[in-house]
Design a binder for this molecule. Structure first.
Ligand code: HEC
Ligand code: HEC
Length: 234
């Protein structure tokens, strides 16, 4: 005959096992969050800010918009795998994001941990009022002006300012003042060839002035950037 006592003991042992399982999962969850936070604070905070709101000092200095990783409505449009790919590859595969990829500095498990942590920063900021990641990706692919905007922010705005007024943080301590590209008289003279020539002869490569030297693949972007600069004229 089955004694109720044995049954209770069995039940107790069973619930203990389940409880153990849960606490183990919770502990794993905790240690992944802790690992994720330490990675975020070491590698990401400088651009994204301590709460992921996009107010890190690098964004200010470079003029690049680092988005808001705490916006739940935006982030919920990206699955864990989509986040993984974006963090691992950055602009190499997702050029609408002006962010380097992290796959050579972080292991797969570390990327998963930092995703966990980023998810924990989510705050309900109401419904999405800006384009979703996929809409942005498509716009970047199809619209030269959008490409010009993103590249301008990435390569030029740090010195020439977000609106082209020559007031970027990065230009403040240079010996020569970054030109106000929004000056209509100057904007009218700007063509892809003139920018190309200026970069070749007046940058550190040629004239030794304060325009930086850009990487080799940069020339392909000049046309789109020129288009965008024209829209800054006022
Ligand atoms: C050099 C600056 C910089 C650093 C450092 C940086 N990011 Fe970014 N990140 C950006 C920029 C710029 C974007 C694009 C923001 C935008 O256009 O909305 C971005 C976008 C993202 C996105 C959003 C992807 C999307 O589709 O909107 C995620 C997620 C992200 N970063 C995670 C990270 C993580 C995790 C780290 C640290 C391992 C990190 N970032 C470090 C600059 C940076
Ligand atoms: C590190 C700061 C810096 C960055 C980044 C930068 N510039 Fe400049 N730029 C300058 C400065 C400073 C000048 C003024 C002359 C000089 O010192 O070369 C200048 C001048 C210019 C001029 C010449 C205007 C004239 O008077 O004819 C153009 C055009 C220009 N920049 C375009 C760009 C474009 C396009 C980008 C992005 C691809 C860019 N710059 C990025 C600092 C910068």
């Amino acid at each position: 005959m089955r004694s109720p006592f044995r049954y209770t003991r069995l039940l107790a042992a069973f619930s203990l096992a389940i409880y153990g399982c849960f606490t183990q999962i919770a502990a794993a969850e905790d240690s992944s969050l802790i690992a994720g936070k330490s990675i975020f604070d070491r590698l990401c905070i400088y651009c994204h800010g301590s709460k992921g709101e996009g107010d890190g000092p690098a964004g200010l200095l470079s003029g690049v918009d680092t988005g808001d990783l705490s916006n739940q409505a935006y982030m919920s449009k990206l699955s864990d795998q989509e986040l993984y790919d974006r963090i691992a590859w950055g602009q190499e595969k997702f050029p609408y994001l002006q962010m380097p990829g992290w796959r050579s500095s972080l292991k797969e498990q570390e990327i998963r941990a930092v995703i966990n942590y980023v998810r924990s920063l989510a705050v309900d900021k109401g419904p999405l009022t800006t384009p979703s990641p996929k809409e942005r990706e498509k716009k970047f692919r199809d619209d030269p002006l959008e490409r010009g905007r993103v590249h301008y922010l990435h390569y030029c705005s740090g010195c020439h300012g977000k609106s082209g007024d020559g007031d970027g943080e990065g230009g403040k301590n240079l010996a020569t003042k970054p030109a106000a590209l929004s000056d209509p008289a100057l904007a009218a003279t700007i063509t892809p060839a003139s920018i190309d020539a200026y970069l070749t002869t007046n940058s550190g490569r040629g004239g030794g002035r304060n325009m930086p030297v850009f990487e080799d693949g940069f020339r392909d972007k000049i046309k789109d950037i020129t288009l965008y600069i024209k829209t800054l004229a006022k």
